[in-house]
Design a protein around this ligand. Structure first.
Ligand code: PAF
Length: 297
């Protein structure tokens, strides 16, 4: 579509008037791609999936402050608005909902008595990612709930790249009875295996050169799993061996978890009918945190 075909909405009431003004036909199916901007090929693949399945596609751009921890650089998160809009327009997104922080969290109400939020029980203790980022999944669950309530899509698209987030959003949608189809789409990778991420632009050249070791280490775990290894510690050992080739990467964690609730596993399930397990690795390359995962089927 021509540039400008994408409609940008900044407030909840603007979004609601789309429906009341007939600009969003009530029977059209709408696919939602929630993002924090800094759009890359991973987001565009979610848009392509949404466009395939739906009449109309909405993307949201909102750098959600409540999912950033005190030590995480909210201010430094990239916000290339013009580029994002251009990429989403070229990809055929019909609506971009890009609210301000005050619109999503009105200061007179946010954090005050009775201010609601969505808590996923034990998310900060059961899973490796939650334990490293206390409050993160509460922030994600709350903002995703708000975005679903505002946009009211038929389907919502998330990347497998944030593996624990995908598990958390599934629980949110199923257990709070959202009438939304959840689609988790495969991670898009650079040719050398590095998972696409908004954070990759911050990697210095030497860090960028070593970054594909994360996926190589995940593949080492996948191979060992395919060969029959089920002990989490032994699988993690294969990943650690592979990461030795990348001395600049500081390991934060290697996790082998249940895809049901993100719980860490000592022994992975063996029966054919069991759910896949999630193998994840988080490292720091300098100041940049890299997170990736593969499913062990
Ligand atoms: O994955 C992301 O970009 C964010 O966590 C999300 C889902 C847009 C919520 O802020």
């Amino acid at each position: 579509p021509a540039a400008g075909a994408t409609r940008v909405l900044r407030t909840v009431s603007e979004w609601r008037s789309l429906q009341s003004d007939g600009l969003l036909p009530p029977r059209a199916s709408l696919g939602l791609v929630p993002t924090m901007g800094a759009v890359h090929a991973g987001h565009l693949s979610l848009v392509a999936h949404a466009a395939r399945d739906n009449d109309l596609v909405a993307a949201t751009i909102f750098v959600n402050p409540t999912q950033f921890g005190a030590a995480e650089e909210l201010g430094a998160y990239p916000r290339p608005w013009e580029d994002d809009l251009e990429l989403l327009t070229a990809a055929g997104v019909d609506y971009v909902f890009a609210p301000s922080v005050n619109e999503m969290y009105p200061p007179a109400r946010h954090g005050t008595t009775l201010a609601p939020y969505v808590e996923l029980r034990d998310a900060d203790t059961l899973c490796a990612e939650g334990a490293r980022r206390p409050g993160h999944f509460r922030g994600v669950a709350t903002v995703v709930a708000k975005l679903l309530n505002i946009v009211q899509p038929r389907s919502a698209y998330f990347g497998q790249k944030d593996g624990m987030q995908a598990i958390a959003v599934r629980r949110l949608i199923e257990d709070l009875n959202y009438d939304v189809r959840l689609r988790i789409c495969d991670t898009v990778r650079e040719a050398d295996g590095l998972a696409m991420s908004s954070r990759n632009v911050r990697l210095l050249p030497l860090e960028r050169a070593e970054a594909p070791a994360v996926y190589a280490a995940l593949c080492a775990m996948r191979e060992a799993h395919a060969a029959g290894e089920r002990r989490a510690e032994a699988l993690a050992g294969h990943a650690r061996d592979a990461l030795r080739a990348a001395p600049l990467l500081r390991l934060e964690y290697i996790s082998l978890a249940s895809t049901l609730d993100g719980r860490e596993l000592d022994l992975l399930p063996d029966e054919r009918e069991e759910l896949p397990s999630l193998a994840s690795i988080a490292v720091f390359a300098g100041e940049t945190r890299l997170l990736d995962n593969v499913l062990l089927e």
